[in-house]
Ligand binder design. Sequence first.
Ligand SMILES: Nc1ncnc2c1ncn2[C@@H]1O[C@H](COP(=O)(O)OP(=O)(O)OP(=O)(O)O)[C@@H](O)[C@H]1O
Ligand SMILES: [Mg+2]
Length: 259
Amino acid sequence: MVGEILIKGVSKTFERTDEQAVQALKDINLHITPGSFVSLIGPSGCGKSTLLRLIAGIIKPDSGELYLDGAAIEKPNWDRGFVFQRHTLFPWLNMRQNIAFGLKIRGLYNKNKSEVDEWINLVGLSGFERSYPHQLSGGMCQRASLARALIMKPKALLMDEPLGALDALMRMNMQDEFLRVWSSRKMTMIMVTHDVDEAVYLSEKVIIMSPRPGEIDRVIDIRLPRPRARSGDNFVAYRKEILDRLHFGGEKLEPNYYL
Ligand SMILES: Nc1ncnc2c1ncn2[C@@H]1O[C@H](COP(=O)(O)OP(=O)(O)OP(=O)(O)O)[C@@H](O)[C@H]1O
Ligand SMILES: [Mg+2]
């Protein structure tokens, strides 16, 4: 299995003109096992997106190292797919062209043409191949973004609040979609979310981060069989454990903490 991510002593500070520098991440150490589903959760501004961007290779750490399957991460590459909160489909390409885009620019399209249709089918978009993003719903665009990233067969899929813009029911449908894709094509999934239920429903590990500078506060292993019952006692117990850790358990008011 591929997709092992190793993060060793990573810190990142952003310099800002006219303002004090912000230390976004401090001494992050993480080992993400190949093929696992991991969620990052923590207050706004604690460095979740920064950590994801570092793994993507979009930005570089000030100190520390990141590895994917033993190779140092230095720049973006096809072996890491990225899905953002709002879809980033090209408005001038139809849904099928958007999904095929990566294959085309890598010269792999002719050999893998049939995979485009397979992915369209897998994310439930058959029949909408010729629709443009503005003619699709938010959830459909997000599913197309997922297919566009996955068709490149990344070792790791990095998702930054991928379902944040969707309504609650669509969100739950998409969570099942993620699980279906993940179980059929085992790859490492790292997802930033603000939704505690979503983290418990999907993940094998939930990584809780503390606010500025962002540090790993706790890693919680979710040992629940699948499919997971959202209202089961064990599910609710994990939910409570995470909320308590985020100071949202309801027993203590911490106005400085917010999601
Ligand atoms: N390019 C940048 N330049 C300056 N500061 C930045 C930059 N990117 C992030 N920061 C700062 O780093 C800190 C962490 O930001 P980041 O976007 O990683 O937080 P986050 O945990 O993803 O928050 P949210 O949940 O609101 O998305 C914030 O204080 C932010 O202002
Ligand atoms: Mg963010």
